[in-house]
Design a protein around this ligand. Structure first.
Ligand SMILES: [Zn+2]
Length: 155
């Protein structure tokens, strides 16, 4: 028997596992305030499933609203975005550490905010060192579309 084909990368698998445990507690307070305390577990599972099933922000938002129907579409999508970004960035950070990568950098999105741009402008920094914003990895702001990646020594 052949093992089932694994289409989900290692980083996403790790992200899904960590989201299942603590996606809610990692949400910024601006978003967590929309979630009833009894629903943290259901929210963790919805975000984890969204990563595992590669549903993207709209699909994960729908999954969240199925479990927490009192959320608006916009709230659910912001929570989906933030929860997935956080879990993926955390998993990427641990991958860099595990692989013994020396330097990391911030890749910024098109309309990056000043916080994210300042982190990006730092260039390569040691993996275990926080960026200027104080974060070890993204998301660096609400709705952050930035990501960390391995970096080479500037030559
Ligand atoms: Zn950002």
């Amino acid at each position: 028997m052949c093992p089932p084909i694994d289409r989900l990368g290692e980083t996403a698998q790790n992200a899904a596992q960590s989201a299942a445990k603590h996606a809610s507690e990692c949400l910024p307070s601006e978003l967590l305030k929309y979630v009833r305390e009894n629903d943290y577990y259901a929210l963790n599972i919805a975000i984890s499933d969204g990563i595992r099933e590669m549903l993207g922000v709209p699909g994960t938002g729908r999954r969240i609203r199925k479990a927490l129907p009192y959320l608006s579409v916009g709230q659910a999508q912001m929570i989906a975005h933030s929860g997935m970004a956080r879990a993926m960035e955390e998993a990427t950070f641990h991958k860099l550490l595990r692989r013994g990568i020396k330097l990391k950098q911030v890749i910024i999105g098109p309309n990056a905010c000043p916080i994210c741009r300042a982190n990006h402008e730092q260039g390569p920094v040691p993996v275990a060192q926080p960026f200027r914003s104080g974060h070890l990895h993204g998301p660096f702001c609400l709705g952050c579309c930035c990501a960390i990646s391995a970096a080479r020594t500037p030559s």
